[in-house]
Design a protein around this ligand. Structure first.
Ligand code: ATP
Ligand code: MG
Length: 1013
């Protein structure tokens, strides 16, 4: 049964939804009795059930209530939004006690009470451009940030909650007066991720919540007292300072192990913009920008002499446009100036004159609390003092401020006339003001400007040359205006900070600890000097415990394992990408699959558009500063302006689409560079892996084996004389002797980590030697020692010893025919590695799991594990793992009838191992190759391979593998033309002797069978 509120699927007889906790079964509106599914009348009082949850049918058609401009954008971009991961804030709102409220009422009457509440909820959501995902009889669920990304989704959701409470509050006052009814709503918010699955033509969005995203939002709503809004720390983190909250402490939540901090919204915060919020939190030291400040100063000087100026500052988000203005406005230079500031807001495009209103309020000294009469008095008084000749402009101003008496004739003018008169008077007043004192007009974030404010600016710019006005504006690169050709216009592009300036900015935040140098470098490199990204990255490093201690004196808590894109930055970039035309967004995404650098020839091969469209699309992406031309010769090449943009664009693509594009790129490179293929092997390897064309991937990888890889192997295994390295080279006896010696020494030092790793190496070597019982014993001990947090400790290894020990234990258990345990241990290994998202451990665990499934004959289970192992991003960077994956996967393919592909893959895996001089267990890989050849009818080759396997196994003392090689030899002889029954029986018997000796119960049983036929 699907929950009608959050769409979560629930088991058949569930009473409450697993996803949002909403009641799934109906309740009788008259007597409150629980009603079984499908009931038509209440068993308690006989009330007809069809009336239990009255709701306006309109509400369940999203297209009926999503504002037109938003609906159009969603539908236009529909295909490019589906399947994307989005950062969102989820809002749940409901009417507390609605059942009691409408009990005993006629359904029509009940609806007359409920519908206005729902309508106010919907209005508030839409005001902030959220999308209502579901409407219940007495509540709504809405998303901010999906399907179209919004960089400030959390702030929008909070403001929507405030607006909802306020509007419903007003309605409730009225209801209380008229009907004595008490109506209150409760609202809950949480931020997190969702995946947008599909968007219906009626705009209904199907999505999957990631983790606790919706669950927590629903819980917040249920916890809220009527009339209040609760939110989680995840919302607060992004909306800090822009809302005022009261902490309610840690609250236990059903379904979560630990209590979570909960907050209640008490009102809007003092800060309206992101920079104001940063000011409230404490700004970082202002660095660089001397040249920009100087340009502003010069413009100011010219303007004060009566030669009005326009300065347009532009640059990408977070680069420091607002900060530059802030520093300039707070310097001594602007003393004696009337400074009027305003900024557009992201949700304000559809609201006329939004930025002007705040500017006018400041100009006339109007406060939030002023009533209409006071506003009228202030405006009239001010204007008349300024210049009586301006008095006819007063109605227009009052109209704008919503303070014009209703009967005034200005209301009756048509809207076009009203608009032009408003603009004209505003302009005249500002010009007149500048004769008294120079005016510095600041308009921020023009990329979100509404049409009316834009019209005023255009009009103003035309009259500037003779006024003491400096109009300073800023915007992101995607915004366009028509002032460029004015002689008094200049533009100032703000670039990211250079590495040294960025380091100077970080110094007072991070402090001087030299141990932080790698983190410093990493952060500067990744953010490429964008100040906002720098600040946010540091913040997430603190949150993830990489940096510990106090701001200004941080210490290293643990090694940074790469830096994830902070969610705030991710939301900013994602919303800019969603702001592109759908075809440009698709082009950007396709380009992101090619890489950070994008040769145009390649892009034109995979972009589904004509050359002309490609050129113009790239032009627009360049103009909006997503990409720029890297070089023109020999071939045109573009590059992503920012590595983070590249990552977000790539990350937003659906896995299938990504894979298909990578595969296409392999084909395209092969076509375009037929004669220079070796230069492209690295690239081909990368795309073939991501395109999941495994045999090609290995083929190209094998062409690029290098000494660097040898070094990377040493880094993983330890130096040439370490146990790991000895094992790798097949020198198992020496490895065993060495680990035993090491263990004795380590034990006397009580070196826990050292004995864990030595134990593992011992187990691994014993496994190769065929000493399965001993190996299992040693490895089990490791598992018992590594509990809880220690499971995710590397102890200097490349993968978690807890994972590696389980994998090798499972490999021993399967030989001993302890299938259940083998499956369980390899499954646990995958779980541990997955939960820590540690790629090296994941690859080894999945390879192990797949191999176990292969050995027990479950091909359907083996293939996905092994394929996933290959698909993990970093596998091509850790080439030594490939021989663990490709041969078993190849054999699984062959056994499933996919001969050609499978044979190729095993051969490549074997070749890879030989290139890397990986001798351990090579005999086993060869027996798989032999089996695959035999299954494909190539018994001659199979025989040669079996003999080689036998020779290898004996050379390195791998007795278990010797038994397998003998068994394979038996198979080859038994199926020869003609069959050599006697030879086969001899080989089987020799194999059986060994298998029994080593306790290989599974192989023994198979050999018995073979000898009997
Ligand atoms: N030169 C600088 N020195 C120190 N900190 C800076 C500098 N420039 C910007 N910052 C900090 O980086 C953050 C982002 O800057 P700011 O808000 O000015 O970006 P913006 O370009 O206005 O972005 P948006 O386009 O999103 O409005 C702020 O917290 C700001 O204090
Ligand atoms: Mg700004």
């Amino acid at each position: 049964m699907n929950c009608s509120r959050c769409q979560q699927e629930n088991p058949p007889h569930a009473k409450f939804c697993l996803g949002c906790g909403a009641r799934l079964t109906a309740i009788c509106t008259r007597c409150g009795a629980d009603l079984p599914e499908g009931a038509r009348f209440c068993s308690g009082c006989g009330q007809a059930v069809s009336t239990t949850a009255p709701s306006d049918p309109r509400h369940n058609r999203p297209e009926a209530f999503i504002p037109k401009h938003l609906a159009e954008r969603i539908l236009r971009a529909k295909s490019s939004l589906e399947g994307e991961r989005k950062q969102v804030t989820v809002l749940f709102a409901d009417l507390k006690g609605s059942m009691e409220l409408i009990a005993d009422r006629d359904p029509e009457d009940a609806r007359q009470i409920l519908d206005p509440v729902i309508e106010r909820m919907l209005e508030a959501v839409h005001h902030y451009e959220g999308t209502v995902n579901n409407v219940m009889g007495d509540g709504v669920m809405a998303l901010f940030g999906a399907p179209i990304a919004h960089e400030d989704h959390a702030v929008r959701a909070c403001y929507a909650a405030l607006r909802m409470q306020e509007q419903v509050g007003r309605y409730a006052d009225d209801l209380r007066r008229r009907q004595g009814l008490d109506v209150q709503i409760r609202v809950g918010l949480n931020s997190g991720e969702v995946v947008v699955c599909s968007i219906g033509t009626d705009l209904h969005v199907d999505y999957t919540a990631v983790g606790q995203t919706t669950h927590l939002a629903a819980r917040m709503e249920q916890l809220a007292r009527p009339g209040t809004t609760l939110l989680t720390e995840f919302v607060l983190r992004s909306a800090e300072e822009r809302i005022a909250v009261k902490g309610l402490g840690l609250v236990p939540i059903k379904g979560l192990a630990d209590p979570v901090p909960v907050y209640e919204i008490v009102g809007p915060g003092a800060a309206r913009t992101r920079l104001q919020a940063a000011v409230a939190r404490g700004l970082t030291r202002f660095v660089g920008r001397d040249a920009e400040v100087e340009r502003l100063r010069q413009a100011l000087e010219q303007a004060v002499r009566g030669q009005g100026q326009v300065v347009a500052v532009f640059g990408e988000p977070g680069v420091g446009k607002s900060r530059l203005f802030y520093e300039f406005l707070h310097s001594h230079r602007t003393q004696g100036w009337l400074v009027l500031e305003s900024s557009s807001v992201s949700y304000g495009k559809a609201t006329a004159y939004m930025p002007l209103l705040s500017l006018l309020r400041a100009y006339f000294g109007i406060s939030e609390r002023d009533d209409t009469r006071t506003i009228r008095a202030k405006v009239t008084g001010y204007v008349l003092t300024l210049d009586e000749a301006l008095k006819d402009g007063i109605p227009a101003l009052l109209h704008l401020l919503d303070a014009l008496p209703e009967e005034h004739e200005f209301h009756r003018a048509n809207s076009v006339a009203r608009r032009s008169s408003t603009i004209e008077w505003l302009k005249r007043i500002l010009l007149r003001e500048s004769r008294n004192q120079p005016v510095l007009l600041v308009f921020e974030d023009l990329h979100w400007i509404d049409g009316e404010t834009q019209a005023l600016l255009d009009a103003l710019v035309d009259s500037l040359p003779a006024a003491a006005i400096l109009l300073a504006v800023n915007y992101r690169p995607e915004y366009r205006h028509a002032w460029t050709n004015k002689s008094y216009y200049q533009q100032l592009q703000i670039h990211a900070l250079g590495p040294e300036t960025a380091a100077a900015m970080l110094q007072p935040i991070l402090g001087d600890d030299p141990a932080l140098d790698p983190v410093r470098r990493l952060v500067i490199e990744r953010t490429e000097g964008n100040p906002l990204f720098l600040e946010e990255s540091v913040r997430s490093l603190v949150e993830t415990g990489v940096l510990i201690g106090e701001r200004g004196a941080y210490r290293l808590g643990k090694d940074p394992v790469g830096i994830q894109v902070p969610s705030t930055v991710q939301a900013i970039i994602a919303s800019r990408i969603d702001g592109l035309q759908p075809q440009d967004k698709q082009l950007l995404q396709a380009a992101s699959v090619i890489g950070k650098d994008v040769p145009q020839v390649l892009l034109s091969e995979i972009a589904e558009c004509s050359e002309d469209e490609l050129r113009s699309g790239l032009g627009r992406l360049q103009a909006a500063e997503f990409v720029y031309e890297l070089k023109l010769f020999p071939d045109l090449e573009y590059t992503f302006k920012h590595a983070l943009t590249h990552e977000v664009a790539y990350g937003s693509l659906l896995h299938d689409r990504r894979r298909a594009l990578h595969a296409q790129i392999v084909g395209a490179i092969e076509r375009i560079h037929t004669d220079r293929l070796p230069e492209h092997f690295r690239n081909l390897t990368h795309h073939a892996f991501r395109g999941e064309i495994w045999s090609k991937a290995l083929h190209y990888l094998n062409q690029t084996a290098s000494s660097a890889e040898r070094r990377s192997i040493d880094a993983v295994l330890g130096g040439p004389e370490s146990p790991g390295n000895l094992w790798w080279r097949g020198l198992h006896e020496r490895a065993v002797a060495l680990t035993q010696r090491e263990q004795a020494i380590l034990a006397s030092f009580r070196n826990f980590g050292g004995s864990i790793t030595a134990n593992f190496r011992l187990g691994q070597s014993c496994h190769s030697l065929g000493e399965y019982a001993r190996a299992a014993d040693v490895l089990s001990r490791n598992i018992a020692l590594l509990e809880e947090d220690l499971q995710r400790e590397l102890f200097g290894f490349a993968g978690f010893p807890s994972v590696l020990s389980r994998v090798w234990l499972a490999l021993c258990e399967v030989e001993q025919n302890r299938i259940g345990e083998a499956v369980r241990h390899s499954g646990e290994a995958v779980e541990i590695a997955d939960s820590a998202e540690h790629s090296f451990s994941q690859v080894v665990a999945l390879a192990g799991q797949g191999t176990i499934f292969l050995l027990v004959g479950d091909m359907d289970a083996a293939m996905p594990s092994l394929e996933r192992a290959l698909a993990i991003d970093r596998v091509s960077d850790v080439p030594l793992l490939l021989p663990l994956i490709a041969p078993p996967l190849g054999l699984a393919y062959v056994r499933a009838g996919r001969h050609e592909e499978g044979l190729d893959l095993i051969a490549q895996g074997v070749e890879r191992a030989e290139i890397l001089e990986f001798a351990a267990n090579h005999a086993r890989r060869l027996t798989w190759l032999g089996e695959a050849r035999l299954l494909s009818g190539q018994s001659d080759v199979a025989k040669r391979v079996a003999l080689r396997a036998l020779e290898m196994a004996r050379r390195y003392g791998e007795r278990g593998h010797e038994a397998y090689a003998l068994s394979l030899l038996g198979d080859v002889m038994a199926r020869g033309h003609p069959p050599d029954r006697e030879g086969a029986a001899t080989a089987y018997r020799d194999a059986l002797t060994l298998a029994e000796l080593l306790g290989m119960r599974r192989l023994s049983a198979a050999l018995f069978g073979a000898l009997q036929t």
